[in-house]
Design a protein around this ligand. Structure first.
Ligand SMILES: CC(C)(COP(=O)(O)OP(=O)(O)OC[C@H]1O[C@@H](n2cnc3c(N)ncnc32)[C@H](O)[C@@H]1OP(=O)(O)O)[C@@H](O)C(=O)NCCC(=O)NCCS
Length: 231
């Protein structure tokens, strides 16, 4: 009965919260305990667990995105069918099956929690392509791109593009100097009025650096170019 009432009330609850908190949760499968920022969009068919925080303006595409645990920054784009932060079983025990730790199976008297790595930490302005898996314990730097169908098992540097299984560095988005300047700008923390005003400069990194009068940590002509490889 309780489940039925929750199922019936959930869409109304999200409709109310969307209106009050200025976000757009379209999915019924988002935990009420998840922290959802302003103007966040979570599309229908996505599942988001209680140990998830999503920063302002980020979006999670459905269907079949499954975010179990994660700290997600602002302005992130997470494509459909992506799986983030799932927990696992302790393979150092005699069995990986949970009958030894979960009373559901009739053996264990009480739940014995299994050790888990910490949830992934995803920076700002990260684009995760479709059908990716992001493991626990990793940090994905601000501005990074994860190519479609990748499995991320290690940390990803800011503004690096990674791909494959396991995901490896493919290239950087911009020159080393431009990356340093973008990180120093912290544009993702700007107030909305400033962002709206500066919108045209977001189409070119060299325009952005020039217009902002930011300390250009490199030559303008280098800003949009890809740097020599560095691992
Ligand atoms: C990451 C991505 C943006 C790179 O695009 P790009 O710069 O045009 O990439 P290129 O085709 O020039 O490939 C660059 C290198 O990355 C490799 N690569 C590209 N996509 C890859 C992937 N998904 N997995 C592994 N390697 C990949 C290429 O093989 C190439 O390797 P090489 O330099 O050894 O030849 C693009 O491949 C991608 O994955 N887009 C995601 C699309 C998506 O999921 N959209 C969902 C809706 S938002």
């Amino acid at each position: 009965m309780k489940r039925f009432i929750i199922a019936v009330l959930t869409p109304f609850r999200w409709a109310l919260l969307n209106w009050l908190k200025n976000h757009r949760v379209e999915s019924r499968f988002v935990s009420w305990k998840a922290e959802i920022g302003r103007k966040v969009i979570i599309r229908a068919g996505s599942e988001v667990g209680p140990d998830v925080s999503v920063g302002d303006y980020s979006y999670i595409s459905g269907p079949r995105a499954y975010i179990e645990a994660a700290e997600i920054g602002k302005y992130c784009s997470i494509a459909r069918q992506t799986v983030i932060g799932v927990s696992g079983h302790d393979y150092h025990r005699v069995t990986t099956h949970p009958f030894i730790s979960d009373p559901t199976y009739g053996f264990a008297a009480k739940v014995v929690p299994e050790p888990q790595k910490p949830p992934p930490i995803i920076g700002h302005d990260v684009w995760i392509g479709m059908n990716c898996t992001i493991h626990r314990g990793v940090r994905i730097g601000t501005g990074a791109v994860v190519a479609s169908d990748s499995v991320v098992t290690k940390d990803v540097a800011p503004y690096s593009i990674v791909g494959g299984n396991p995901a490896c560095h493919l290239k950087y988005r911009f020159s080393e100097q431009a990356i340093a300047t973008l990180l120093a700008s912290e544009w993702w923390n700007w107030e909305e009025g400033k962002l709206a005003e500066r919108l045209p400069t977001f189409f070119s990194v060299s325009d952005f650096i020039a217009m902002e009068g930011l300390p250009n940590l490199g030559r303008d002509s280098d800003a949009d170019s890809v740097p020599p490889e560095r691992e």
